[in-house]
Ligand binder design. Sequence first.
Ligand code: KG4
Ligand code: ZN
Length: 341
Amino acid sequence: MIVLGIESSCDETGLALYDTERGLLGHALHSQVAMHEEYGGVVPELASRDHIRRALPLLEQVLQQSGVALAEVDAIAYTLGPGLAGALLVGSSIACSLGLALDKPVLGVHHLEGHLLSPLLASEPPAFPFIALLVSGGHTQLMRVDGVGQYTLLGETLDDAAGEAFDKSAKLLGLGYPGGPAISRLAEFGDPAAYKLPRPMLHSKDFNFSFSGLKTAVLTVVKNQTNVCEQDKANIARGFVDAIVDVLTAKCVNAIRHSGLKRLVIAGGVGANAQLRASLNAAAAKRKFRVYYPELQFCTDNGAMIAFAGAMRLQINPQAAKKDYSFNVRPRWPLEELRVI
Ligand code: KG4
Ligand code: ZN
């Protein structure tokens, strides 16, 4: 079965073809980062318009790359939510129009389920069950995953998401958008002893997070200086990255210990972070569990994870895709609402 995946929930247009027998056949992506950069963040209306411009050329690209004709596609999976309403509507309408024109069934996919399952696209995928840390621009959640559609939320952020904390702190330091990669690179040159920033909820007995205080601590440090020199910026970046990585690592270790499981999966954009990976790998070596990451190109938003999640859903329930082309979107959609009976 060949599934076409369409992702358009935020500032990346991603298309991909996944074959349940042959694996990922091809994927194409356009990032809007350069377009939004001058505004310091995503401008929703611009995002929607750009998805319209990019989607069909990317579809052509992915078909060519895969050597697959559109008629060979068995089903079309698209991101139904959560995300920006206008951006989601573009992907949904394209998916449903294609479905109608080709007489193929369509299936709305949960964006976070895409992220969550993306490590299964790797050459050595984790087996179920596992603990998953989902760290993206909009979400920070720890979950127990027993199978496709079997997700138990263990804890989540009470305020800012990890990616949001990276982006906001980077902005305070005058770094570009998205700030995650920029602040992470700068931190490499910082002195770890210069700023000891707070580690919110590090010792709380639950699996929840809170990052807005850490961002405020960065703000306070920046405000208290009349002239923040380059080395100082790097030191603050280092203080921030060390703090957030410490909290994320400690909560993952607690969840692993509490569950008795030996597999930890990291998904979402912040999963690309080098310092987080180093810290988790060190904890895993010490405590004898294994960490699985998506390939770097599939950490941030992409079409491959949507095609894959759609294919996994269809393997469980072939009726999940329908020839019903009236579409809507779910900009807010809690992952826990997903259940496979
Ligand atoms: O998963 P994603 O592409 O989009 C959402 O679904 O939100 O995640 C984007 C987030 C942004 O906040 C970005 O700054 C962060 O992931 N990010 C990183 C890195 N690469 C992306 N944060 C820290 N270090 C990175 N290397
Ligand atoms: Zn995402």
